[in-house]
Design a protein around this ligand. Sequence first.
Ligand code: PXP
Length: 260
Amino acid sequence: MDLGVNIDHIAVLREARMVNNPNFIDALSICERAGAKQITIHLREDRRHVQDKDVVDVLAHSVLPVNLECAIEPTIIDIVCNLKPHRATLVPEKREEVTTEGGLAISTDNTRLIDAIEKLHDSEVDVSLFIDPTVEAVETSKELGVEWIELHTGRYSNLYGMLYSNLPHTKHAVKEFDLSRKELKEQLDKELEQLKEISVLAKELGLKVAAGHGLNYQNVKDIVEIEQIEELNIGQSIVARSIFSGLYKAIIDMKELVNG
Ligand code: PXP
């Protein structure tokens, strides 16, 4: 199974000061040396982290394929078609959300979606749809003629977090706060089973299967058992962990300068 690293959260830190530190581009070679197979970034309509220039720079400097997440908003799709990443993952987007909260609402009569897919294909960009793990969403994805689907693991991650650490991956999107531990476990098992069944179905239909959202160093182990999933896109937990892998050395480096 391949790992795609979502580096948006490096840009979140940079945007907090609006200076070029940390330099987004420095992440690319580290991802490559560490064995990642893909760089994933999300050009949000509100540009809260990744900026247009970042996408240009990432595409110019990344030796790894670039998976660009975006909404099906026509002006964004035009930008993506011009920039030609290796793959575009179409995601739902709400300005008020903290992170992508659910899968794309897809149907075969959604003209915005159909136009977006057509334009991207005309520009020779592979298309992935970020969907909830349901039979209907996978079958519709097949009908829409995309190459990839990415299964939204957010609900699985929230249930896992609430059951084992009392911490969903994002509090913002959680609807299951009132469930007992027994109910949480039942829901978690059901969600995992659903992810497995849907991955099998997608593969049978000839779709390539990715998954992601809220995956971390605890909950990823059950997901990697699903052999039909070819790729995981993981961001927040990797960037969060890198702070503590690097904080000690960063303090030592500064202390040397301060103490001489
Ligand atoms: N996949 C998609 C489609 C996403 O929108 C995101 C979040 O930007 C991720 C994967 C990565 O999620 P996380 O940062 O929670 O690992």
